[in-house]
Design a binder for this molecule. Structure first.
Ligand code: FMN
Length: 532
């Protein structure tokens, strides 16, 4: 095994939570000095999008159907960014007020930043823009000062690891990667509403992406608050777009005119989690060969029958904090949600993501289905490897269901699910909860940076479940806190061929009536009124 893969596996081991001990995290938190979840660059132009909260009448059930692409304009690009990374509401309780976004985030800390790279001079000046979610606008970070061929629009994502590490310490790197996966799926769903598609430019190396997004400009960021390059995506508006020239793009950014400095996120950095820097370095992706692009997306239609608009479902998505422990879920809704996670479905058509994650499901309350542990291999070829690696007591009885679902054991798993998820009742009071189990050691040994891709895949699955849950009239919550090796023990996994990387739970939510909900962009309206 090479040094980088070794660093990754050691990082993974030392950041496991166990019943005896949680992974290293701060002993105390200064909530007054929480890192700002909104990054702002001062000293550069802010271009606000003309509208917020726009609707489109595309039904959630019809999302995967081909439709006429919306024309490229400030309005359509604004809607894409809003539905992917923008605000969905504010919550208010006592003296506290906090924003929620279309993309979820562990601890609502939002380490993900999004950038727009524009080569279409008819839309905006060609250059690099930071998406400012609070203002719903673009901060003009770089203007290209040389002509560049029009290759359309690109989106770059990055992570401020410090935002998560501030609260979660060493395990935070994992959560940043989950959040990237969620954000990618959000982008894909938002593009689908506009009739657009997303292609991951997976050959791009992190150093190049860092240059493209201006993240290598140390003078523009406070030390320890730098952003780490994650992924470059290209937006396809209609049909097959002309080939892009990645080197020309990077050169344009390198030679461009950069403006602005990132405002500090918080005052005091009381902890320095060096293992996060080590794993970030070990998982840096080099430039790789382009992966052959699929000319037509492979996805099949969603199974959801939800007649609400996709814009509505995206904006109403929330994490459930409590579930009704008596409510039952219909078998149909259960199958529909799980089938939506299969790799021939909507957000998995962006190319070059791995297909290495399988679901182990703790069924608590689903009509017509015995309570117990079930498995959904997301890749039929891996069935026998999963059977070999897991407990010999499992029955692997294939159900007559519209997806390859296997019953492993009949049992009341509620207490186990709760204990395994760091004693969180959301894992047991729900209709079902699940573990996302990745093909781990071989994937990470092949290339250390695949570690991040595994978590992205898990985040994508999580976002599918969040939206499908809303569409089915129930609600979900991502679970990053679980006792890793206790989960493996329950599944009978004795080595690192498979590892559980993320958990999720879905059920009938109980609303907290003490919380007041305020409009997502009311603050912009207030600002306008005050100026008038
Ligand atoms: C990667 C990830 C891990 C999470 N882990 C937990 C968890 O262990 N327990 C929990 O109650 N919520 C968890 N959440 C839910 C977040 O707290 C929630 O997304 C955040 O507070 C924002 O709220 P929203 O999802 O309603 O927008 C997680 C979310 C993500 C994306």
């Amino acid at each position: 095994m090479n040094v980088c893969s070794n660093t990754v596996i050691n990082y993974h081991r030392r950041t496991k939570h166990s019943l005896q001990q949680y992974a290293q995290s701060p002993a105390s938190l200064d909530w007054e000095d929480q890192p700002n979840a909104f990054r702002t660059f001062t000293g550069c132009k802010l271009i606000q999008f003309p509208e917020t909260g726009a609707e489109r009448n595309v039904l959630f059930a019809d999302l995967a159907k081909p439709r006429k692409a919306e024309v490229l304009s400030e309005i359509s690009v604004g809607l894409l960014l809003e539905l992917a990374f923008g605000l969905s509401a504010w919550k208010h309780y006592g003296g506290d007020r906090w924003a929620l976004r279309c993309n979820p985030s562990s601890g609502n800390l939002h380490p993900t930043e999004a950038y727009l790279i524009n080569t279409n001079a008819e839309l905006l000046l060609t250059g690099v823009y930071h998406y400012q979610a609070y203002q719903h606008g673009l901060e003009q970070r770089c203007v290209f000062n040389q002509p560049i061929e029009n290759h359309g629009l690109f989106i770059g994502l990055s992570s401020v690891h410090w935002r998560e590490a501030w609260k979660y310490g060493e395990r935070a790197f994992r959560y940043c990667q989950h959040d990237i996966g969620h954000a990618l799926a959000c982008l894909r769903y938002a593009a689908a509403i506009l009739g657009w598609t997303i292609e991951l430019i997976s050959e791009c190396g992190d150093t190049e992406l860092s240059t493209l997004l201006g993240l290598n400009r140390d003078e523009d960021f406070k030390a320890d608050e730098r952003e780490f390059a994650d992924i470059l995506c290209r937006i396809h508006i209609e049909g097959t777009a002309p080939d892009y020239d990645l080197d020309a793009l990077i050169h344009a950014a390198h030679a461009g005119l950069w403006q602005g400095k990132a405002e500090p996120l918080n005052k005091h950095h009381l902890y320095n989690w060096t293992v996060i820097n080590d794993v970030a370095q070990a998982t840096e992706k080099p430039r790789t060969k382009p992966i052959k692009r699929q000319t037509s997306p492979p996805f099949s239609n969603t199974l959801s029958v939800c007649q609400q608009t996709a814009t509505h479902i995206i904006r109403q998505r929330r994490s459930a904090q409590h579930f009704n422990p008596k409510a039952m879920l219909t078998e149909q809704a259960f199958y529909t949600m799980l089938a939506a996670t299969l790799p021939d479905k909507l957000p998995f058509d962006m190319g070059s993501l791995t297909n290495n994650i399988h679901l182990f499901i703790f069924v608590h309350r689903v009509e017509g289905l015995e309570a117990g542990l079930y498995a959904l291999p997301r890749n039929a070829e891996k069935l026998s490897a999963l059977q070999t690696a897991t407990s010999s007591k499992f029955e692997w009885q294939l159900l007559s269901a519209p997806l390859p679902l296997y019953k492993l054991i009949s049992a009341n798993c509620r207490n186990a699910a709760k204990t395994l998820s760091c004693h969180q009742a959301i894992a047991s009071d729900s209709a079902f909860s699940l573990a996302m189990v990745a093909e781990f050691s071989a994937t990470v040994e092949a290339a250390a940076w695949h570690y991040r891709y595994l978590f992205w895949e898990a985040g994508l699955i999580g976002q599918v479940l969040y939206l499908e849950a809303e569409a089915a009239g129930v609600r979900g919550t991502g679970i990053g806190c679980y006792f890793d090796d206790s989960v493996h023990e329950v599944l009978g996994l004795t080595d690192e061929i498979f590892q559980s990387l993320y958990h999720f739970t879905i059920g009938t939510p109980l609303e907290d009536s003490r919380l007041q909900t305020l409009p997502a962009y009311g603050h912009l309206q207030q600002g306008k009124n005050q100026r008038q």
